[in-house]
Design a protein. Structure first.
Length: 106
């Protein structure tokens, strides 16, 4: 189970063990207002107040098997930054076609 709140905390819970697995704290002014896990629990999507867009987080423990990473139970919040696009990987520039057919424009 993953929860979020106005306290800027994203908390990962171990329901069978009845304890907190990990606590992440996002920067000031960006409290998480919504979240969703992918069906395979490999990705977490979050939306934050005063932020445009959806932020995607990777579950390294699931996406990189054999990486020797372990998750220990901790209630101490870890300060994290919101994920960013790598401009070298994603080209977000758009060219505007000045002669576009008006019927093709939505």
């Amino acid at each position: 189970l993953v929860t979020c709140g106005s306290d800027r905390l994203i908390v990962i819970w171990d329901i069978p063990g009845s304890q907190v697995l990990q606590v992440m704290q996002v920067p000031d002014g960006s409290a998480c207002v919504s979240l969703s896990l992918s069906p395979g629990k490999t990705m977490l999507a979050t939306a934050h107040e005063d932020c445009k867009g959806i932020y995607l987080w990777t579950n390294i423990l699931v996406s990189r098997p054999g990486s020797n990473l372990t998750l220990s139970h901790s209630t101490k919040a870890v300060l994290v930054d919101l994920p960013l696009l790598n401009p070298q990987v994603v080209d977000i520039s758009m060219d505007v076609d000045e002669e576009a057919d008006p019927e093709d424009v939505l």
